[in-house]
Ligand binder design. Structure first.
Ligand code: ATP
Ligand code: MG
Ligand code: MG
Length: 553
């Protein structure tokens, strides 16, 4: 099974199904459309949609769009695309919290009529002072004891646009002395004249997150409302809201720990900063930990799902090394990517005894263990390229690649011997003259062992391509948690890796001229690569390195 197993939420669901509390479960994935989704969201997507898959339930996609100034249709579009790309299908049409604005308003009216909500006039600073602290109770607002009639009139006039932004709020009347600060008369509406990406200028009051979320869950008949641990202390408010409005269903909220990825960032706000300040080319820059960025980098949905399964679901800290992510991606690509040869730093070789009648090209399988991927011809010619690294004038001990007088096998082809080195005035090696042992095609050389096998390309057949090599975006494990001498957080952009991308002009097998965007290949000995989703064309191939063949750290 593909999804994280045996975690506490599964136990709860199994109990609820066994006891008959629910016939069918209904979860939801509730992003705010204020940025692109990132690797943390991928975990939440796999959890919510995965549970629906495993237990034959349903999962909604709901946009939590109550902060109009930061939200946009572009983000809505990207979120839908990312969820679909991850391999999941939401139930019915996507939902929007903004679809419930009228219901939310009517429930607020009901709360006011029941004496459970009031219009306040404290400003933000005063409200902070009245709230108290973790150890000290808060104080009642002087506006707390208005009559329901007065509150109703004021709230209706708030909606009608009679008062300036920020001048009034609607608060729940719970308990200013509650031990849980979230229950000290939380604000549920504020006045804000901001254009909303869906409701336009229809509303000048907007409901707050906790109030909206609980009611949206109930309207959608969600059975299990799963969120990250920072909402644990909001659960009493979630329950209070549902206990105090006339609605039949009462979803249960359960919390799990947030995923954090080392050498990376999992906050839309900070990722947005990288985009806005042009540290990256966009939300889908292949270095970004966004789903769109990882997609462009060549990660696969199956690789991300495998990663989610491995990081699991629990309440304990979920800080994960990048190697875990890269390992899952690599493992999945291993068996799904055909292989090619490519040269990133070419060194030219003349095969001095090349003979067009004697020297044969062979065809080679695209994958050594997957015959179904087929074969291609690997042409040989008088001039070939090898990787500069695969030749050493003064080889270190145990060198198995090429050196003067030494032999090496060209992958899928002959054993060659280096007879002569051509250098420039500076002494740099610019070309090698090698001889072919024509008796080694598909068989071992006579009377000696040749251990090294290197990749290579025919110079006349090779195709030019742009290849982008990526390193980590940040140089420290927790870029957003580094403090200065005064204990203040440093700006995480100070820790951007200046070498996070290098572009090289590379050579690849001819098949590169036939590929569509997002074609994934292993380049033998070099790693996994993908044709760029946007910049690649068959005439001008562009590849991104997804991940190396081995752990880089
Ligand atoms: P951000 O701080 O990046 O904006 P968020 O939690 O505010 O994150 P939402 O759009 O509200 O983002 O998140 C949608 C869902 O994804 C929520 O249920 C949230 O709990 C979950 N989620 C977000 N970040 C993570 C994470 N790092 N690990 C696990 N789940 C996450
Ligand atoms: Mg949120
Ligand atoms: Mg957020």
């Amino acid at each position: 099974e593909e999804f994280a197993d045996n975690h506490f939420i599964r136990t709860i669901i199994e109990d609820d199904l066994a006891s008959g509390k629910h016939q069918q479960i209904q979860t939801r994935f509730p992003p705010e459309p204020n940025g692109y989704l990132h690797i943390g969201h991928a975990k939440s997507i796999c959890l919510n949609f995965g549970l629906a898959t495993v237990y034959d339930g349903l999962c909604n996609l709901r946009f939590d769009d109550t902060n109009p100034e930061k939200e946009s249709d572009e983000y809505v579009r990207s979120i839908k695309e990312d969820v679909t790309w991850m391999g999941f299908q939401w139930q019915g049409e996507p939902h929007f919290a903004s679809d419930y604005f009228e219901d939310l308003y009517q429930y607020a009216i009901g709360l006011i009529q029941a004496g459970k909500a009031y219009v306040d006039e404290l400003n933000a600073e005063e409200m902070r002072q009245y709230r108290g602290t973790l150890t000290e109770p808060g104080k009642n607002s002087p506006y707390r004891d208005r009559t329901p009639e007065e509150n109703l009139d004021l709230f209706q006039r708030m909606r009608a646009g009679e008062f300036p932004d920020g001048s009034k709020t609607l608060r729940l009347k719970i308990d200013m002395a509650a031990g849980n600060v979230n229950l000290r008369d939380p604000v549920i509406y504020r006045i804000r004249r901001v254009h909303h990406h869906r409701t336009g200028d229809k509303w000048c009051i907007y409901p707050m997150y906790d109030y909206t979320h609980a009611i949206s869950d109930a309207i959608e008949n969600i059975t299990h409302s799963l969120c990250t641990l920072e909402f644990e202390s909001h659960r009493p408010l979630y329950d209070w809201v549902l206990d105090n409005i006339p609605i039949q269903t009462h979803p249960r909220q359960y919390e799990f720990s947030r995923l954090e990825l080392l050498y990376s960032i999992t906050s839309k706000r900070k990722l947005n900063q990288l985009v806005v300040e042009n540290h990256v080319s966009g939300w889908d820059d292949p270095r970004m930990p966004t789903i769109a960025g990882m997609r462009r980098r060549g990660y696969t949905p199956a690789g991300l799902r495998l990663f989610s399964k491995r990081v699991g679901i629990s309440k304990s800290e979920n800080v994960v090394d990048m190697n875990v992510l890269e390992g899952a991606v690599r493992e999945e690509l291993e068996n799904s990517s055909p292989r090619l040869m490519a040269i990133l730093s070419p060194l030219k070789i003349e095969l001095t005894n090349f003979d067009e009648f004697l020297t044969q090209s062979r065809s080679a399988p695209f994958h050594p263990h997957h015959e179904e991927m087929g074969e291609r011809n690997v042409p040989i010619a008088r001039h070939i390229y090898i990787e500069q690294d695969d030749f050493a004038l003064e080889p270190p001990p145990k060198w198995q690649r090429l050196t003067v007088g030494g032999e090496v096998r060209l992958r899928y082809s002959y054993v060659i011997k280096c007879e002569e080195v051509v250098t420039d005035e500076m002494g740099n090696v610019i070309e090698l003259k090698c001889s072919i042992d024509h008796d080694t095609l598909g068989k071992k050389p006579e009377g000696r062992k040749v251990k090294g096998v290197i990749h290579w390309l025919s110079a006349e057949h090779a195709v030019h391509a742009t290849v982008r090599l990526y390193e980590r975006l940040f140089t420290v494990e927790r870029p957003d948690a580094v403090r200065d001498e005064n204990g203040e957080y440093k700006n995480f952009t100070e820790f951007l890796n200046p070498h996070s991308v290098t572009e090289v002009s590379a050579l690849i097998e001819p098949v590169a001229n036939t590929l569509a965007p997002e074609a994934r290949y292993q380049f033998e000995r070099l790693g996994y690569f993908v044709t760029d989703r946007y910049d690649h064309t068959p005439e001008k191939p562009v590849f991104n390195r997804t991940v190396g063949l081995k752990e880089s750290f």
